[in-house]
Design a protein around this ligand. Structure first.
Ligand code: URA
Length: 454
């Protein structure tokens, strides 16, 4: 590993100054900076100053690729022995939302279709839920296993979901922690490097990104979401990983439930029973799954890929795949037979009823997500423990008419006081009687062969 004070490359303060003044950094400078982040030779103050300089001056595509590759190489990069695999290595990544449990369903469905999904997932961030928090509501499930165990499970069962550990893209962990507390998260170049480096560290051949837009998304504006998608697609492809993106709506909840154990329960019901599938969630699962299977050339077209995904739902093989991977990760596989007995249940379960008659025109999704956090289902401090049992269930879909007193949702809480507060937050997150149509869940795509590029 080279020394960041190496005179031929320069000093951290010189790279920061160059970026601050709007100049481009070289591959060597970016690599040396990231090596210094990993070794500790670059201080937190320098990471903060660098991030703020990038925030205002941004990175061009070459700089983004260089940063992404350097962060990938800051730790272990998984390699896969094709002789031990039945199909390609692929994954999806969502920029996050409320009720977005897509990974819990899609990973076992893809595994049942014969491909391999090594998923490195995250915890909840701000108002958005995280796949790792959801999985940790399954008793025994170990999200922080050694990379060798992770790889064995992916080889044998087709998929495994783990959290980022010290040995995978460690520079990102340090940079992200500094960005989080220095108002420098929302920069396209930095987000791109952070997300794409972790996917590259997993050794993926194919990636489809699910970039959300709408009031519950990190990038609310569709144009901004499109720019983020374009950046990640360009950098992923530039780094040798076949990458594309779907733009999907997050201005209404994506599922019947929002809350960790409740979403695991919904995922199990989804895999078991066609009548339990939320139409918006189903559409996102099928579109992402079909995009991946076509991109990886497992199927020639979307029609064939969607049929394969329907088949693994109908014949129960996706559910079997879910149970096998959960068991291999230390979790209780009975969660797929009787989720209500295995998953934690909140002591207080109350209906939320409509305060008036009218049409539910939409939701303030960010507010719903924050209500789950306030119930204890998300964090207000890094590393705080959470209550996996709380949240909302049976959430009414936007666009429907309700009568005063009808059920809008169920709230699951630790105390009656918390349930009452969450119920009133839920009601205040509702938008009534507008003529505006609920946006289509599919909002666009980037990087597919038929795209015009817009
Ligand atoms: N998620 C990440 O992993 N990194 C970011 O920068 C933003 C969201």
């Amino acid at each position: 590993m080279s020394n960041p004070t190496n005179q031929s490359v320069g000093l951290p303060q010189e790279w920061i100054q160059k970026k601050r003044d709007g100049l481009c950094l070289t591959l060597e400078e970016i690599t040396a900076f990231v090596e210094g982040v990993t070794s500790g030779a670059v201080t937190e103050a320098q990471i903060a100053a660098f991030s703020m300089a990038v925030f205002f001056q941004d990175l061009d595509v070459e700089e983004r690729v260089a940063l992404t590759l350097a962060v990938r190489d800051s730790g272990r990069v998984l390699t896969w022995d094709r002789n031990r695999l039945r199909g390609p290595i692929l994954d999806k990544h969502s920029t996050g939302g409320v009720g977005d449990a897509v990974s819990l369903m899609l990973a076992p469905m893809l595994a049942a279709c014969g491909v391999h999904v090594p998923m490195i997932a995250g915890r909840g961030l701000a108002h958005t839920g995280g796949t790792i928090d959801k999985l940790e509501s399954i008793p025994g499930y170990q999200t922080g296993v050694h990379a060798d165990h992770f790889q064995r499970v992916v080889e044998k069962h087709g998929f495994a979901i783990v959290r980022q550990t010290e040995d995978l893209a460690p520079a990102d962990q340090r940079m992200y922690a500094v960005r989080d507390v220095t108002a420098t998260v929302e920069n396209l170049g930095l987000i791109t490097a952070s997300i794409v480096s972790k996917k590259l560290a997993a050794g993926l051949e194919h990636l489809v990104l699910d970039v959300k837009c709408g009031n519950g998304a990190v990038m609310q504006d569709l144009d901004e979401a499109r720019r983020l998608a374009e950046s990640m697609v360009a950098v992923g492809n530039g780094a040798g990983m076949n990458t594309s993106a779907l733009l999907t709506d997050m201005s209404v909840p994506l599922a019947w439930s929002a809350g960790n154990a409740l979403e695991v329960h919904e995922a199990v019901s989804y895999l078991k029973d066609g009548s339990m599938r939320h139409p918006r969630l189903h559409e996102v699962v099928m579109e992402l799954g079909a995009a991946l299977l076509v991109q990886a050339e497992v199927y020639a077209d979307k029609v064939g890929a969607r049929q394969a995904l329907e088949n693994v739902l109908d014949d129960g093989s996706a559910l079997t795949s879910m149970a096998a991977s959960i068991e291999a990760m230390g979790g209780d596989p009975k969660v797929v037979d009787c989720p209500e007995k295995v998953l934690p249940n909140a002591p207080v379960n109350c209906p939320i009823t409509a305060p008036r008659s009218g049409k539910i025109a939409g939701y303030d999704v960010r507010q719903l997500g924050m209500a789950v956090v306030e119930l204890g289902g998300g964090r207000t401090q890094t590393d705080a423990s959470i209550d996996h049992s709380v949240g909302f269930g049976q959430i009414s879909m936007a666009g429907i008419q309700v009568r005063e007193g009808e059920l809008l949702a169920m709230v699951h809480a630790k105390t009656q006081g918390q349930a009452d507060r969450a119920a009133s937050r839920f009601v205040s997150a509702l938008k009534w009687d507008s003529d505006e149509k609920v946006p289509n869940v599919m909002q666009g795509q980037i990087g597919f062969p038929t795209d015009s590029g817009s």
